[in-house]
Design a protein around this ligand. Structure first.
Ligand code: ATP
Length: 257
């Protein structure tokens, strides 16, 4: 496994946001994390990225425990986050934002030119201030900036948020090219259909009927998986232990529908 998250718990002060969530991500795999507003999807990604402290061995990446590492050390090991809301540097141009992503100097296939090949709209606007771009183009910058770090694992937090469906489709259509470079992907979305389609695109095959149990991994094929995050009250039950974990609210979807 490239990433193993084992019963991670995360807190904002006294408030517990994650109650023992576990997911695994294999090399080259796309995983969709699905959950309602407030279920803890962003918190899970922030925990993996080192923006929130966790138990040292709750998160193992590339064979090493990283749960207690700060974000810069996690990034240096090859995990890049596309944060919810994009988090671009507003005073910088498109190209300057992209170059910041490459500051770690990790070797790999991604360069400015490769990002511009992936998102040609950015090449034309490379010298423009990032805030002057459309929402979809800004999201491309955020993804490009993360790729410039040449990560082994890319974490995408609700990249469809606030974007028109046609723009979302355009961005998601680039995911197979990104996966083709061999990195792994964790996609967080509120929209189940969008997320499952993204996983399906990533593995280029039908997932067939998918059953999602709260907080549990579902592996309908060898390549694509989805995990549903429970709302907090369900999660509290889950924290009592693996054996007592309730079946949870089950969601059934067909990935191709
Ligand atoms: P959304 O789709 O709204 O982003 P989410 O599934 O990503 O939802 P999180 O943002 O991870 O959910 O939030 C999980 C819980 O933690 C929520 O109850 C939220 O109110 C709480 N929370 C998030 N950020 C903070 C914070 N900075 N301080 C305190 N509580 C927070």
């Amino acid at each position: 496994m490239l990433l193993q998250v084992e019963r991670v718990a995360s807190f904002y002060g006294d408030f517990q946001a994650l109650f023992g969530i576990s997911i695994d991500v294999a090399p080259g795999q796309a995983v969709a994390v699905i959950g309602a507003n407030g279920a803890g999807k962003s918190t899970l990604l922030r925990s993996i990225a080192g923006l929130m402290p966790s138990r040292r061995d709750a998160i193992v990446f590339d064979g090493a425990p990283i749960g207690d590492l700060p974000a810069y050390a996690v990034a240096a090991r090859g995990i890049a986050l596309v944060p919810e809301g994009r988090g671009l540097f507003p005073s910088l141009t498109v190209e300057e934002n992209l170059l910041i992503g490459g500051q770690l100097g990790r070797p790999g296939p991604w360069s400015l030119q490769r990002i511009y090949d992936l998102f040609p709209a950015l090449a034309e606007r490379r010298k423009m201030p990032a805030p002057s771009l459309s929402g979809g183009q800004q999201q491309m910058v955020a993804i490009g900036r993360a790729l410039m770090a040449n990560p082994k694992l890319l974490l995408c937090d609700e990249i469809s948020l606030g974007l028109a469906p046609i723009v979302v489709r355009e961005i998601y259509a680039r995911l197979p090219s990104i996966l083709a470079e061999g990195l792994s992907l964790v996609i967080v979305e509120q929209d189940i259909v969008q997320a499952l389609k993204a996983v399906q695109q990533g593995v280029k095959q039908s997932l067939g009927p998918v059953q999602l149990s709260a907080g549990q991994l579902v592996d309908p094929s060898e390549d694509g998986v989805a995990v549903a995050l429970p709302l907090a009250q369900d999660a509290q039950h889950q924290d009592r232990g693996q054996e007592e974990r309730p079946a949870g609210r089950e969601l059934r979807r067909h990935a191709g529908s």
